[in-house]
Design a protein around this ligand. Structure first.
Ligand SMILES: Nc1ncnc2c1ncn2[C@@H]1O[C@H](COP(=O)(O)OP(=O)(O)O)[C@@H](O)[C@H]1O
Ligand SMILES: Cc1ncc(COP(=O)(O)OP(=O)(O)O)c(N)n1
Length: 275
């Protein structure tokens, strides 16, 4: 069985972070392992508290995994502060890890900062160069590219700027532009359109925009699904295509848990075959 390590924060409500990653990895037939960077007290309504873990404990988790069950791919999510960014980068180099998917988590959709303001430089200069793909959402891509993004043309421009600063691929997720009219296609159906910039080429990955408010953890799910598909041997465009299909199914299958923006239905493939 192929193995995937998630280096990310814990979400007590189980919708995002480590919990979403492990559910995704299991559903996609890989063996998920974790190195927890921070503990959040959060639910479907928002993030109430964050505790960043000490760097030596984070490195120790990564080393323990790599010394025993070396991961075929790695997903990196919430890193909380610049010290953690640096120590995760050092652990990745030390253990010569491969198939690195970096989700540059900065602010939760509920508006809570999950990465210190002053940690962006370390993320860009120290960690990004080690990644095979980074998966920013629109606000994160705006920060990384230093420009506003209000259209698909802006997404293409920003992806080129971000890709210019490292060797890996860039997937700009368009969820924050969907339903704003900015990415409507000709038949006026609204789509959730993500842009992959890979090897100098751009490619759109479009899926139905599901009218479901329960989208907590979409970014975590997509990045851990890409890592799972890379671990199983897919090339980058194929990994993105399969990951997006899994994610869209999990949004469509619709759970209705909690009082706010609820989690995805990770077990949707089993639910469908049970019917
Ligand atoms: N309502 C939706 N229906 C279908 N896909 C969605 C929906 N909302 C988000 N997505 C998709 O989920 C993924 C992550 O979404 P996005 O909101 O852009 O990032 P993040 O969760 O990191 O803020 C992207 O592939 C995006 O296109
Ligand atoms: C612990 C933790 N990590 C990441 C996130 C952000 O989740 P994401 O899937 O990017 O998006 P939202 O759920 O915030 O839309 C988180 N909330 N908690």
């Amino acid at each position: 069985m192929k193995t995937v390590l998630t280096i990310a924060g814990s979400d007590s409500s189980g919708g995002a972070g480590i919990q979403a990653d492990l559910k995704t990895m299991t559903e996609l037939g890989t063996f998920g392992m974790s190195a927890i960077t921070a503990i959040t007290a959060q639910n479907t309504c928002g993030v109430n508290a964050v505790l960043a873990l000490p760097c030596d404990m984070i490195s120790a988790q990564i080393d323990a995994v790599c010394d025993d069950i070396f991961p075929d791919a790695v997903k990196i999510g919430m890193l909380a502060n610049s010290q953690i960014v640096e120590c995760v980068a050092a652990s990745i180099k030390k253990n010569a890890m491969k198939n690195i998917v970096l989700d540059p988590v900065m602010v939760s959709t509920s508006g809570h900062r999950l990465l210190d303001d002053d940690a962006s430089d370390a993320l860009i200069n120290v960690l990004m160069p080690l990644a095979d793909i980074i998966t920013p959402n629109i606000p994160e891509a705006e920060c990384l590219a230093g420009m506003k993004i209000a259209s698909k043309a802006d997404m293409i421009k920003a992806a080129g700027i971000i890709a210019g600063s490292f060797d890996g691929a860039v997937l700009i997720k368009g969820g924050h532009l969907a339903n704003t009219g900015a990415n409507c296609i000709e038949d006026s159906t609204n789509v959730a359109a993500d842009l992959l910039y890979h090897g100098g080429q751009t490619q759109w990955f479009e899926a139905e925009f599901v009218d479901n408010p329960n989208t907590h953890g979409t970014g975590c799910t997509l990045s851990s699904a890409i890592a799972s598909e890379l671990a199983k041997g897919a090339d980058m465009p194929e990994a993105v295509r399969k990951a997006k299909a899994y994610l869209t199914g999990a949004i469509k299958a619709g759970l209705n848990l909690g009082k706010g923006r609820g989690p995805l239905n990770h077990a949707w493939q089993n639910t469908i075959s049970d019917c």
